[in-house]
Design a protein around this ligand. Structure first.
Ligand SMILES: Cc1cn([C@H]2C[C@H](O)[C@@H](COP(=O)(O)OP(=O)(O)O[C@H]3O[C@H](C)C(=O)[C@H](O)[C@H]3O)O2)c(=O)[nH]c1=O
Length: 184
């Protein structure tokens, strides 16, 4: 019922729940605590988020919350497509500053699990993209942090889209990884 694929960094997973298609369309259990637990994913989600991005090229990230309010995130796309990125920001990790990326789309019905200790971001690939995600701690502005999406020390190979990326002021002013407060 759950297809799980490690993406090459500690605990960052692609998850594809089984989709039951029929002449009417489809049904899918997008999250089932028991099935996730059976797959070794024991997380307690306490908040659901929904973001709508009107255009392609809207980039949100790289974001994370610091301990003690760090969040695991389980993200899926219900309309459109995103290029989704997770970056290891644990200074003691052997994969510190390494990143992985995955296309997540409504059509594929896939999800990404981004554990605590990772910065997360995505860029939309088509207009009117809607992203839903569950997090394991509630929003804490005091612990909310950003890192520059284009930090050369990380070197994310974002897709080249026509036109400039659109970012929030907060993300445009984000520090580099070297200047950011991250995980030990
Ligand atoms: C994240 C969050 C935000 N907000 C408020 C704060 C701002 O007034 C407004 C927009 O927040 P922000 O610009 O941080 O939203 P995004 O740029 O979509 O941020 C998210 O995008 C990337 C992809 C992430 O991984 C994070 O989960 C999250 O930071 O919503 C809340 O009230 N609760 C929340 O949990």
């Amino acid at each position: 019922m759950l297809e799980i694929r490690p993406l090459g960094l500690d605990g960052v997973l692609e998850i594809v729940p089984k989709r039951f298609g029929d002449a009417r369309g489809f049904f899918v259990e997008t999250y089932n605590e028991e099935r996730f637990s059976d797959a070794g994913i024991d997380l307690r989600f306490v908040q659901d988020n929904h973001s709508h991005s009107a255009a392609a090229g809207i980039l949100r990230g790289l974001h994370y919350q610091l301990p003690p309010r760090a969040q695991d995130k389980l993200l899926r796309v219900v309309r459109g497509r995103v290029f989704d990125v997770a970056v290891d920001i644990r200074r003691s990790s052997k994969t510190f500053r390494k990143w992985v990326a995955l296309e997540i789309s409504a059509e594929k019905g896939n999800q990404i699990l981004v554990p605590k200790g990772f910065a997360h971001g995505f860029v939309t690939l088509v207009p009117d993209t809607e992203v839903l995600y569950k997090v394991t701690d509630t929003y804490s502005p005091q612990h909310d942090r950003s890192i520059r999406f284009d930090d050369p020390a990380i070197g994310i190979e974002w897709p080249s889209l026509s036109g400039e990326f659109q970012l929030s002021d907060k993300d445009l002013k984000a520090p580099t990884l070297a200047a950011a407060e991250v995980f030990a």
